[in-house]
Design a protein around this ligand. Sequence first.
Ligand code: COA
Ligand code: ZN
Length: 324
Amino acid sequence: MSPWGGQGRVIHVQEVALRDGLQSEDGFVPTKEKIKFIDRLAASGLRKIEVSSFVSPRAIPQLADAEAVFQGITRRPGVIYAALVPNVRGLERAIAARADEVNLVMSASESHNRANLRMSSEASFQAIKEAAALAAPAGIRVAASLSCSFGCPFEGEMPAATIQLWCRRLQEEAGIRSISLCDTTGMAYPALVHDLVGSIRSSAPEANLTLHFHNTRGLGLANVFAGLDAGVINFDAALAGIGGCPYAPGATGNICTEDLIHALEVSGYRCGVNLDALIETARDLEKLLGHTTPGQVMKAGRRRRGPLAEKHGPVDPQPISGSF
Ligand code: COA
Ligand code: ZN
């Protein structure tokens, strides 16, 4: 499947600015502002939004108001409001807050798991298993995130066999089909993305993969197109490209939602998002944060597709229905 020309194929973009983005900001964004942005993101057509995380408030003080944010948002039908969760305690908080989906996190790298979650990867996996078993009867959707899938700041490139093994165990032992391969510190490059996704798709064909890229080394959107070529249709991104990398101070953040959607739409893919509204929201986020963000399209303006582009897909993408 060539990535060059979407032919109207639908791509799902999950918004992570309010979680992954804000956890790297120095300041605390007031709860009411977080709520306003989530409501605007949902109104622009994004159908999956990571609202916050239910982790230790001492570990991530920027997101200590997760319950209040969930309480304050206006739920739009069809939108999945998700939360990152590291353990059963987090799951219980997510259920009480009526999160639609929990994103259970562990790292493929032993050293990174210990640095980030203060336990072994196996201990995190057992916590995920336990949380997933409790989530199902509560009617909450479950996904898992595998940090450092494309490399670790301590251990370097991860063996494909390690990622394959965790994907298989997440599916077979924990019953989780939705798995995000996360490029936590921006080490992925297109050939690696293509190879790794290919190997997971052959060893764990039931997995519904999401790719989570950081643009730490400028390869974010190139990696997305490698993922598209390998058949992936779910991608994470953060409004205005906010976020960062705890192991590369000053580095740029997640791939940028409005830049990603712009790139996909000009290429003939459909995301069901009002890009103009999203760009406005990104500009307002930059104002709120009080510093320049990595977003490009908000500065340069969107490129309009001309009639020549029609062969790549519909010129005016229509709203889409259906779920993730
Ligand atoms: N929500 C709120 N508080 C939690 C919690 C949760 N899900 N899980 C643990 N805690 C609290 C404990 O009550 C304890 O509080 P106390 O010190 O006031 O008694 C404290 O956190 C430490 O708990 P402990 O079980 O000893 O865990 P830990 O110190 O080994 O930390 C994590 C483990 C996973 C809870 C912690 O490292 C964490 O929250 N990390 C989040 C990392 C993150 O979000 N990274 C970015 C995204 S990948
Ligand atoms: Zn991330």
